[in-house]
Design a protein around this ligand. Structure first.
Ligand code: GMT
Length: 378
């Protein structure tokens, strides 16, 4: 099949998932065309059947707000026609689903009927999408998609709750390439970060309000008093300065490293003993699944779709959003016991294997085949 993938090219979960999906589809022989404003961060190297089409918004003095959505729709039309694409798969509703609707209508006039599949990822529904400045367009463009998928049962429920959706939303859970995260720890790296054999705790996110990164810092401050540990904060975003300030206030700067955006997450996870995710909402929590694939148990809030992957007492532990005391207690209990930690590491790996890329990508292919009546890899 010839598939167009529209996504955000950044470190965010939706862009990562879309890029990994495109790479996996290409490996299976499909032609994959990424359409976005920048080379996706997880798309490096040369692939014979992956193409990247940059959306360029022209500068014009009148544009206080450059019309990205218009340019995106025009680029979709161009790429579909010039490459004879079979379908468009757009990730994250805003503005990708509405741009795809526009492209579909233009293509119809030109005699080409292109199926559009929209995958909902989370904040496009729960945070941004339901705001009334977006809601009518989001509702309309979701309903106009030929198929809609959500990355968790929780997100499917939230979407029906917040929007008037007339169609079936299918759940296709996020996935992870288990093999990629099955890395041997680099002892030298571990020694530099935790020279006295401290436990290593990791967190990765875009440091937005929804992630509650200050909870991570406070929980860590409690844990390290009981079990000497180091904290690795991966990623960047608006709440990072506040988190750094909190470390200074709590006097734990020597034990916390802010690593910024990192490409090689698997190397960091390979030396980690625990992954923390204390968000007030996660449709899924792809970063937690990647941690589990690396055999790292997860200490998390029980928000949104997280309980669909983190199993309390098995793959890690969960507590209510903002319950710093309980999360600290659970973290200490886990990190104190080698036996419990090893048990959870094993369970985390087993759980991640259920979401392995090889199980989930065929579900997307089956979905595509419902709309594209061609033999595979045409
Ligand atoms: O977590 C973010 O803020 C990034 C966001 C995105 O759209 O890139 O992530 C969302 O999509 C991920 C991939 O499907 C999910 O794993 C995240 O849980 C989801 N984030 C939220 O729901 C807050």
């Amino acid at each position: 099949m010839k598939i167009g993938i529209v996504c955000y090219p950044t470190f965010g979960g939706s862009g990562v998932l879309a890029t990994e999906l495109g790479k996996a589809l290409a490996e299976k022989g499909h032609m994959v065309h990424f359409i976005t404003y920048q080379q996706p961060v997880r798309l490096s190297g040369f692939f014979t059947n992956i193409f990247y089409h940059e959306v360029r918004v022209p500068h014009y003095p009148l544009f206080d707000y450059p019309p990205y959505e218009t340019t995106l729709a025009s680029t979709m039309v161009d790429v579909v026609l010039n490459n004879d694409l079979d379908l468009l798969h757009v990730h994250y509703a805003i503005p990708h689903a509405s741009a795809a609707y526009m492209a579909k209508q233009i293509l119809k006039k030109k005699g080409k009927d292109i199926p559009v599949i929209t995958t909902l990822h989370g904040t496009d529904i729960t945070l941004v999408g339901k705001d009334k400045t977006f809601e009518p367009v989001v509702t309309f463009s979701i309903n106009e998609s030929d198929a809609i998928t959500a990355v968790s049962n929780n997100l499917r429920k939230e979407t029906y709750h917040s929007f008037h959706i007339e169609k079936e939303i299918e759940v296709i859970h996020n996935f992870v390439d288990v093999q990629r995260f099955d890395k041997k720890p680099l002892d030298a790296f571990r020694k530099v970060l935790a020279p006295n054999g401290e436990r290593i705790i990791a967190h990765a996110s875009n440091f937005r309000k929804v992630k509650r990164v200050n909870d991570i810092i406070r929980i860590f401050a409690n844990i390290t008093k009981a079990v000497p540990s180091k904290l690795l904060m991966v990623g960047d975003g608006p709440d990072r300065p506040g988190a750094e300030e909190l470390c200074r206030e709590l006097g734990i700067c020597d034990d916390v490293r802010f690593l910024g955006k990192q490409q090689e997450m698997e190397e960091i996870l390979a030396i980690s003993d625990l992954f923390m995710l204390t968000s007030e909402y996660e449709s899924f929590g792809l970063s937690a699944l990647e941690a589990m694939a690396a055999g790292v148990p997860v200490l998390s809030s029980n928000a949104g779709g997280i309980p669909e992957i983190n199993i309390h007492g098995e793959t890690g532990y969960m507590a209510n959003i903002g319950d710093i005391n309980e999360l600290s207690r659970l973290g200490i209990e886990l990190l104190k016991s080698d036996e419990q930690l090893n048990y959870c590491k094993q369970k985390a790996k087993e759980q991640a294997a259920k979401f392995d890329i090889h199980h989930i990508v065929p579900l997307y292919e089956e979905l595509y085949e419902r709309f594209v009546h061609v033999s595979a890899a045409s």
